[in-house]
Ligand binder design. Sequence first.
Ligand SMILES: [Zn+2]
Ligand SMILES: [Zn+2]
Length: 163
Amino acid sequence: MDYGTISKIEKARRYAEEPERITFNHLTIEFKGDNSSYNISLDENGWHCTCPGFHSHHICPHIMSLERLFSKMLKRDPLPYAHGQNVVSDVEKAARYAHETDRIRFITFDVVFKGNNSDHHTVLGHDGWDCDCSDFKRSAYCSHTIALERILKNMLPQLAGGS
Ligand SMILES: [Zn+2]
Ligand SMILES: [Zn+2]
């Protein structure tokens, strides 16, 4: 590995320990629940999940588990508990799900990544990574994409040609 690559990996290692540098703007996730899989999204209209609990209460244990796992990268207030929601059961489920990260598969997201010098826009799309930094333009990966890979690990899709 050349010096540039080593310094990128060093930087990514530091970034991965500082997840508060990252803020999710949009994300889509496939979430394996106890009985079936659901699609979760976060966008300018807020959270959405295709599960029946969310349909009734606009909150569900799937989203609650993501709030636990990624609070530093979401930077938004947790969804309020709803009238008629089984809070005890949902809190218990969310705590369990947050330890079972193989249930979670990111499909797409875009984040703002606060680098040492400036903010960058890093995207996971259906075709893989994109970032607006100069390193990424040169080599199709950068300290931002490496840091996100370190943080999200098995929750990322298996990208063709990915590292
Ligand atoms: Zn749900
Ligand atoms: Zn980058």
